[in-house]
Design a protein around this ligand. Structure first.
Ligand code: ADP
Ligand code: ASP
Ligand code: MG
Length: 402
């Protein structure tokens, strides 16, 4: 029988009892004759606690040392899970990211996986070991790197692709992918399946149930990906290629992202390459820019607004200060959040954005910025009204109904 990759998130391994419950799930698969590669995250909120510790020492800890610190979280959980399985009489071995051959770019905090050398894992599997790999981490030129918050999902999918696994199962604290975050909207509905493209949009737009790059990888390598609960034994949600365009939903889900800072650059000189120049500088510093709005209010001056992740504001201001100095006014605010609707059926249904704007305005929720793609519409709204926006959109697009 083939290889199965299973990934367990923080809440699934939050304490010793949870470790034992997870070990039973793994043991069952092993007993059925499969080879098991297991990816685990740090226990509970351990990663947050480690980051807190760092911030008690420094407001801006070095990114190298932060990665060194954060990766210890996964090292705790892999060894404990291996011990749990050994106590149950199974052969199990834990491997850190570098021991498992996970190579990344040399970027701290959000490295991409560049290659996986599967020799060691295959060698352990041949010895009939259950292989337990630390998620979220890799190695680049002998430096330990992390893949970005929530990155263990990406470790799991990348391993599944490299090992040609039969399936990659992401076990978490909800029963699958829902029409929106079931912790925010009580009548959110579990989806039996969702396309890679819709899932990728939802994940990129804030649905933390899957790390965006895990979906990207799964789509690229055609990995069979399933999200399911480690608490109850239900089938979960399969993420797969779109079946037929006939039964495509106009809106499949609603996502929100509170991690948004808007930056405004006012009075920038309107040269032909002004935007190219500004955004190339940000890209060179590895700053991910999301929404962008520009307006040329006079011939020779333009205003540019864009959104970034909260954590990037420090480096962004530094870069802009160095680049622009007194040439433009720069301001920023963190009081906004992004709320988005996603659905493959939008391509052939005009008026979806208009309906979204109407629903939000009827609820008294102002819209500060908008972006659209073929299958999504996103609005920046006040952070304090983001969850209300998710609820009214979910209701108005009737996503909770059978
Ligand atoms: P893990 O620790 O297992 O990686 P995460 O907290 O990263 O778990 O992801 C699971 C959480 O994702 C759920 O508890 C839920 O609140 C949140 N979530 C957000 N959007 C969705 C969605 N559309 N479907 C399911 N869960 C979602
Ligand atoms: N432990 C890491 C985090 O909290 C990685 C993960 O959970 O996927 O972000
Ligand atoms: Mg996660």
């Amino acid at each position: 029988m083939g290889i199965i990759v299973k990934k367990f998130g923080g809440s699934s391994v939050a304490n010793v009892d949870r470790m034992k419950a997870v070990a039973k799930i793994i043991a069952k698969t092993k007993d059925q004759g499969h080879q098991c590669v297991v990816v685990v995250s740090a226990m509970g909120d351990h990663t947050d606690e480690l980051i807190d510790l760092a911030h008690q020492i420094s407001a801006h800890p070095s990114s190298r040392e932060l990665d060194m610190l954060m990766t210890t979280g996964e090292q705790v959980s892999i060894s404990l899970l291996a011990m749990t399985l050994q106590e149950m009489g199974y052969r199990a071995i834990s491997l850190t990211g570098w021991q498992a051959g996970i190579e990344t770019e040399e970027v701290y905090g959000k490295a991409r996986i560049t290659n996986i050398d599967t020799k060691r894992i295959l060698h352990e599997l041949e010895k009939d070991q259950i292989v337990i790999v630390a998620g979220f981490q890799g190695i680049s030129n002998q430096e330990i790197t992390t893949l970005g918050r929530g990155g263990s999902d990406t470790s799991a999918v990348a391993l599944a692709a490299a090992l040609h696994a039969d399936v990659c199962e992401i076990y978490t604290d909800v029963e699958g992918v829902y029409t929106t975050d079931p912790r925010v909207v009580k009548n959110a509905k579990k989806l039996n399946e969702i396309s890679y493209d819709e899932m990728l949009e939802l994940a990129n737009l804030g649905a933390v149930v899957l790390h965006p790059r895990s979906v990207e990888n799964a789509k690229h390598h055609r990995v069979k990906l399933v999200v399911r609960s480690s608490f109850v034994d239900t089938p979960g949600t399969e993420i797969k290629e779109e079946k037929s365009m006939e039964n495509v939903r106009v809106v499949t889900g609603v996502a929100y992202d509170l991690d948004v800072t808007r930056v405004q650059v006012v009075d920038l000189e309107n040269k032909i390459d002004a935007l190219a120049d500004l955004f190339t500088t940000l890209a060179n510093e590895n700053i991910n820019v999301d929404m962008i709005v520009t307006s040329d209010y006079e011939k020779d001056r333009i205003n540019v607004s864009f959104s970034i992740s909260d954590q990037d504001i420090g480096p962004t201001l530094k870069v802009l200060e160095k680049k622009l100095g007194e040439q433009a006014k720069v301001s920023h605010d963190h009081h906004l959040a992004k709320v988005s609707i996603v659905g493959a059926g939008m391509i052939s249904n005009p008026g979806v954005a208009a309906k979204m704007f109407k629903i939000l305005s009827d609820a008294g929720i102002p819209i500060h910025m908008v972006t659209t793609s073929e299958i999504k519409v996103s609005c920046l709204v006040p952070k304090t009204q983001a969850k209300q926006a998710v609820q009214v959109l979910h209701d108005a697009f009737e996503l909770g109904q059978e």
